[in-house]
Design a protein around this ligand. Structure first.
Ligand SMILES: [Fe+2]
Ligand SMILES: [Fe+2]
Length: 474
């Protein structure tokens, strides 16, 4: 049974579907959504036509007027478009958005006269419905703003596709978090005794990252160490070594050749990338077994990893930014304070969720109001305990309020990445509200709104694989 998409459990409109129907959820399998994890695998054996009258075409080279000679489906066999369809620019855009890389077409282009026809694959009423939902979510923002306007367009398209495919919208999956079960009146949860050091040291073994992290860091900073020496140190941790090789060979790096030795991997990706992976894997080794009754861990890590991927991509477009790798780690860790809070102060956080809902506040504002501090401060404190670099601490601390961080570019990149991740409904760290966008951050980065589409395409392309490698199957 599937509820009809409308508003979320706070009465707010919700956006495009990233949550699979709940099969597998009970087993703890990653609930990564269907958006963008598709690769079209032509089913040669089932083809009715012969190869000589068909051609395989890269989506990048597809042109309006080509006729699909095979159904386009996702990896799981989910139908996207049927054979015989004459494609338009809109189809091509949708292929790219959904990560489709190749299509089968007739050898000779035909049906050009049909190309001008409006795309009939998504009914008009579904598009209208998607627009209503997205407009409501963007109510605190002006669509006149070029960045917001472009993001709005992308969100409408994704939401329409989700609705069209009858996917469950995130907020309709009531198993997603316990927020929907919040009582009418806030539970009695006195914030008085909660302190940041208390939260961080309480129960969780957060004092240090695993030894291998510090050993690798030291080796990377030691000019006398060769890549082979560093590889030797990393290889003392076999599971870390295996993870590095898997990631290097994944869509996260998209290298042309397969790499099978650690030294070669390091030579290709460099030590900055190495530290990204080692930090990510080390952090996950601490938090992997975390659980919460009020926040879905799958959703949380999907949000965090998604934010990291977006931040890394965005940074690569920002003039003058070097080493865009570190933005991945910053995205991965930006909401780590929230995770600690929901784990160690669940009752107080239930109250925070309630306040945010009642007063229509961003969650971090509700945290401040109820506890006197927010998750960015908890995250910063943890980063300090771990001796993480200052720039990383700033990115964690100011990811909601970059103006407090002297408008430096680093926090602004994470601010924008987090805004995008939230608006695109890529996982959730508990925050459903799309706040009013601080356009100053975007302007400071000297970015054009046209970078949004390629960034989102890359998110689609990398999220599932990166999520599985870093978070794994639980
Ligand atoms: Fe946050
Ligand atoms: Fe976030």
């Amino acid at each position: 049974m599937r509820p009809s998409p409308s508003t979320d459990n706070r009465g707010r409109a919700s956006l495009g579907g990233f949550i699979e129907p709940t099969t597998g959820a009970s087993k703890g399998l990653p609930q990564i959504g269907r958006n963008g994890f598709f690769l079209v695998t032509p089913k040669i054996g089932t083809r009715a036509r012969t190869r000589d009258i068909m051609q395989r075409v890269s989506v990048n080279k597809a042109t309006p007027g080509m006729v699909l000679e095979d159904d386009v489906r996702d990896q799981k066999g989910r139908f996207l478009f049927k054979a015989g369809q004459s494609i338009t620019d809109k189809h091509i855009r949708i292929f790219k958005i959904w990560g489709v890389t190749e299509i089968w077409t007739e050898n000779e282009q035909s049906g050009k006269e049909e190309a001008a026809r409006e795309d009939a694959s998504i009914p008009e009423e579904t598009l209208d419905r998607a627009e209503d939902l997205v407009r409501e979510s963007f109510r605190d923002n002006s669509l006149e703003d070029p960045f917001i306007g472009e993001l709005y367009r992308i969100c409408v398209e994704r939401t329409a596709q989700s609705l069209h495919n009858d996917w469950i919208l995130p907020a309709e999956d009531k198993t997603r978090s316990g927020k929907g079960d919040a009582p009418e009146t806030p539970p009695r949860a006195e914030p008085r005794n909660i302190t940041i050091p208390g939260l961080v040291s309480d129960r969780l073994k957060l004092a240090t990252l695993p030894n291998i992290y510090y050993k690798t860091l030291e080796a990377v900073h030691d000019p006398s160490m060769s890549l082979a020496d560093i590889a030797d140190i990393v290889s003392t941790d076999p599971s870390l070594s295996a993870k590095i090789l898997q990631l290097v060979n994944s869509s996260f790096y998209s290298l042309l050749k397969k790499v099978d030795t650690l030294t070669r991997a390091l030579a290709l990706i460099g030590t900055n990338h190495l530290m990204t992976i080692v930090t990510g894997v080390s952090v996950m080794s601490i938090f992997k077994k975390s659980s919460s009754t009020i926040l879905s861990m799958n959703e949380f890590w999907q949000h965090s990893i998604g934010c990291g991927i977006i931040a890394r991509m965005l940074a690569s477009y920002v003039p003058g930014v070097v080493n865009s790798e570190r933005y991945f780690v910053a995205g991965l860790l930006h909401d780590i304070g929230r995770l600690i809070m929901v784990q160690n102060a669940p009752r107080q956080m239930q109250s925070v969720f309630h306040i945010a809902e009642r007063e229509d506040l961003p969650l971090f504002e509700a945290e401040k109001r109820h506890l006197g501090f927010d998750h960015t401060e908890v995250g910063e404190y943890l980063a300090h305990k771990w001796n993480l670099p200052l720039s990383l601490k700033k990115m964690i601390r100011y990811h909601h309020e970059p103006e407090l961080g002297s408008r430096e570019m680093d926090p602004e990149i994470i601010y924008v990445a987090n805004f995008l991740t939230t608006a695109l409904r890529c996982g959730s760290s508990g925050e459903d509200k799309i706040p009013s966008f601080n356009s100053g951050a975007w302007m400071d980065l000297s970015l054009s709104p046209s970078v949004l589409e390629p960034v989102v395409i890359q998110l689609n392309h990398q999220l599932k694989e990166t999520f599985e490698l870093i978070y794994g199957h639980h």
